[in-house]
Design a binder for this molecule. Structure first.
Ligand SMILES: Nc1ncnc2c1ncn2[C@@H]1O[C@H](COP(=O)(O)OP(=O)(O)OP(=O)(O)O)[C@@H](O)[C@H]1O
Ligand SMILES: [Mg+2]
Length: 393
């Protein structure tokens, strides 16, 4: 049985539905990220699990015990739930030393001072701060304070650890380091972790599974690969940084392969990730800018016999430091192709005719819904704004 079972969880604040029928089962020892943009309900979901918010509907189970069942009006108070929580703001006691902070939850549970301090030292050992036990927490750096907060959450050995954007106050280098530390602690303790973040890299690098949240709903749940390689909707694809999304029609399909013609194009594209598609299906083709590779600037090159070659015009080029984004037009569609600087190929000059090649395995097919078609006309192209980038931070 899973260790956390969330079913139909709904939380409203006045007219705002912050969490909307979220269901999620989390296995023992699993690391699950709640990933989504600001305001999508990540913190509220976590606070409902912790017992810091009272949900309007749904059930929450921790281990074999129900902690919330709204249909029966039942809620277990937070301190009786076997969870630890790390807040974004650390929430440490500034007047206490490191070890006093970490042993505090055990002292609250009336553990004897010596035993509590021994446990606290173990937790400090785990986060690499054993040498700082006697220091005042106010004399620590942000990263060290975050580790104290983590040690304090770990000291009770909760069966589930909830982490709300625990690294967002740290600078980039420390964030990367702490990511590794958290992963190590997860492996070492075997504890179940629910990790809230809006940072995609963080979610991908640490999680067994990711639940993508949008407007209070968990819109896609899967391994990082499943979610990133096969976004379930246009919204998820855009959120995960797919810059190119084209409506199209499946002309032929079989054996996981398909020929798909984007609307308005004279040619179709070969897609090798097309399991479940049938001829006649309306789809959206989601293609990352990095999957559009520039060919050399003459059509006689080695790429000539590869599938998905496109003659394009370079409309605009934006140098981004380590890469250059090129807006190109093909059959009246505007596409973004990212060229990594130093990739050995010449940069495509603005206004030039060029050839790009789309890797057949890099096209994700999303079932079309009833959103309006988004093919741009040539007039729109002429006044096109720079491409929207993925909302990753
Ligand atoms: N106590 C509250 N009272 C009223 N509205 C609230 C309250 N807490 C959250 N909300 C609203 O509920 C929605 C979800 O908020 P939540 O804090 O869960 O988002 P989040 O995904 O954690 O966002 P962020 O990434 O910015 O932390 C938002 O629209 C927010 O304004
Ligand atoms: Mg939040």
């Amino acid at each position: 049985m899973s260790i956390v079972g969330i079913d139909g969880l709904t939380k409203r604040f006045g007219g705002v539905t912050a969490v909307d029928r979220v269901s999620l089962d989390i296995g023992d020892g699993e690391f699950v990220a709640l990933l989504g943009p600001s305001g999508c309900g990540k913190t509220t979901t976590l606070r409902c699990v912790a017992g810091l918010e009272s949900p309007d509907e749904g059930t929450i189970r921790l281990g074999s015990g129900t902690v919330v069942d709204r249909s029966r009006g039942y809620e277990l108070p937070p301190h009786k739930r076997d969870i630890g929580m790390v807040f974004q703001s650390y929430a440490l006691w500034p007047h206490m030393s490191v070890i006093q902070n970490v042993s505090y939850p055990l002292r609250l549970k009336r553990q004897r001072k010596q035993a509590a301090q021994a446990k606290a030292m173990e937790a400090l050992e785990l986060v690499g701060l054993a040498n700082y036990a006697a220091r005042s927490v106010s004399a620590l750096s942000g990263g060290q304070q975050q580790r104290v907060a983590l040690a304090r959450a770990l000291v009770r050995e909760p069966s589930v650890l909830l982490l709300d954007e625990p690294l967002s106050n740290l600078d980039a280098a420390l964030r990367t380091q702490m990511r590794g530390e958290l992963k190590r602690i997860h492996e070492q303790t075997g504890s179940t972790m629910i990790y809230v973040t809006h940072d995609q890299e963080e979610a991908v690098s640490m999680s067994d599974r990711i639940a993508v949240m949008h407007d209070g709903r968990a819109v896609q749940i899967g391994s990082p690969r499943e979610v990133f390689d096969a976004p379930s909707s246009r919204w998820v694809a855009e959120f995960l940084g797919y810059e190119n999304i084209l409506p199209g029609l499946v002309e032929a399909a079989g054996d996981g392969h398909a020929r798909v013609r984007p609307d308005g194009w004279d040619t179709s594209l070969t897609c090798t990730r097309a399991a479940g598609c049938s001829a006649g299906d309306r789809v959206r083709l989601a293609i990352r800018s990095t999957a559009l590779l520039f060919d050399h600037f003459d059509s006689s090159s080695d790429f000539a016999d590869r599938p998905n070659r496109l003659d394009v015009k370079v409309l605009r080029s934006t140098f981004l430091g380590t890469a250059t984004d090129h807006e190109v037009s093909a059959f009246g569609s505007r596409l973004v192709a990212k060229q990594i600087v130093g990739g050995g190929r010449p940069a495509a000059p603005q206004g030039a005719d060029a050839v790009v090649w789309i890797e057949p395995g890099q096209i994700a097919l999303i079932p079309a819904n009833d959103e309006p078609a988004d093919v741009r006309t040539a007039d729109e192209l002429a006044t096109a704004k720079p491409a929207a980038r993925g909302r990753a931070s």
